[in-house]
Design a protein around this ligand. Structure first.
Ligand code: ATP
Length: 270
């Protein structure tokens, strides 16, 4: 089916460049495919490759300006997944290396909106991400934030193996009962907002994973990051409602963020 629809790419047309990252299942390289700069994720293990191939089928059906775009796959000594190149890397490193002196609050809100719009699209397709975090948001050459690793998360051992769940990003009901939903993605989005407004800090600083599990269950929540607008902090807090039903959906969150943007930077809305 991949070949029929043009998702099967030709290895001869690919030029591999530098290694730009390490994934759980293999390295990520920069490259050029038919004149376009791309990122290539290589998966060597055949069993894993089969599972990834299944999930890539999901990705072929998703297109949005705030999702990292799949160009196709190459079957050659395992699997190569070819996506658009996000030259400015992941959001955590972006914010950490630039900091408060370079990135202003309008830009932070812009990133927050970008991610929210990508997630609103996934929500509309009834797709659950399960691993939404700033490390899985990538920045394009023109500073647009896009969600990556969607559709691939079901393959990820972090999800199938309870011991490997990203505890600090995972909603309590997902940690305890493996109840993943759009509303558990919304919880993760609240953590991601905290990461953005703290310029890439590790959530729950100085707390162990066990401590986070226990305290959050008892109602503990992170404080607002330094200089975070109170209206943005209250968005985080609704994302962290213990009861999934009480959390807003991504559509509602996007509307609220649009209003914030209008207050902070009138007329700049998209
Ligand atoms: P994890 O599961 O731990 O999040 P992973 O196995 O999913 O990692 P990726 O996050 O996909 O691996 O890739 C690892 C790193 O490679 C990223 O943090 C990023 O720096 C880089 N990278 C991945 N995809 C791209 C891309 N399209 N453009 C630029 N850099 C990328």
């Amino acid at each position: 089916e991949l070949s029929k629809n043009g998702w099967l790419l030709d290895i001869e047309k690919l030029t591999l460049g530098e290694n730009i990252g390490e994934g759980e299942f293999g390295a990520v390289y920069e490259g050029v495919y038919m004149g376009q700069r791309v990122a290539v994720k290589t998966i060597k293990c055949d069993v894993t490759a089969q599972a990834f191939l299944q999930e890539t089928m999901v990705m072929t059906k998703l297109q949005h300006k705030n999702l990292v775009r799949l160009l196709g796959v190459i079957l050659h000594k395992g699997l190569h997944i070819v996506t658009e190149l996000m030259t400015k890397g992941n959001l955590v490193n972006f914010l950490r290396t630039r900091g408060r002196s370079v990135v202003n609050s309008v830009q932070l809100l812009r990133f927050s909106l970008d991610v929210c719009e990508g997630m609103e699209y996934l929500e509309s397709k009834k797709l659950v991400h399960r691993d939404l975090a700033a490390r899985n948001v990538l920045i394009s050459d023109d500073n647009v934030a896009k969600v990556s690793d969607f559709g691939l998360t079901k393959v990820d051992s972090k999800v199938s193996d309870k011991a490997k769940l990203p505890v600090k990003w995972t909603a309590p009901e997902a940690l305890k009962k493996e109840k993943f939903s759009t509303k558990s993605d919304v919880w993760s989005y609240g953590i991601l907002l905290w990461e953005i407004f703290s310029y890439g800090r590790q959530p729950y600083p100085k707390m162990s994973l066990q401590e986070v599990k226990d305290k959050v269950e008892q109602g503990y929540r992170m404080e607002a990051p330094e200089d975070c607008p109170p209206s943005v902090y209250s968005l985080m807090r609704v994302c962290w409602e213990q009861e999934p039903r009480k959390r807003p959906g991504f559509h509602k969150l996007r509307e609220k963020l649009d209003r914030e943007m209008e207050k902070l930077s009138p007329g700049s809305g998209s």
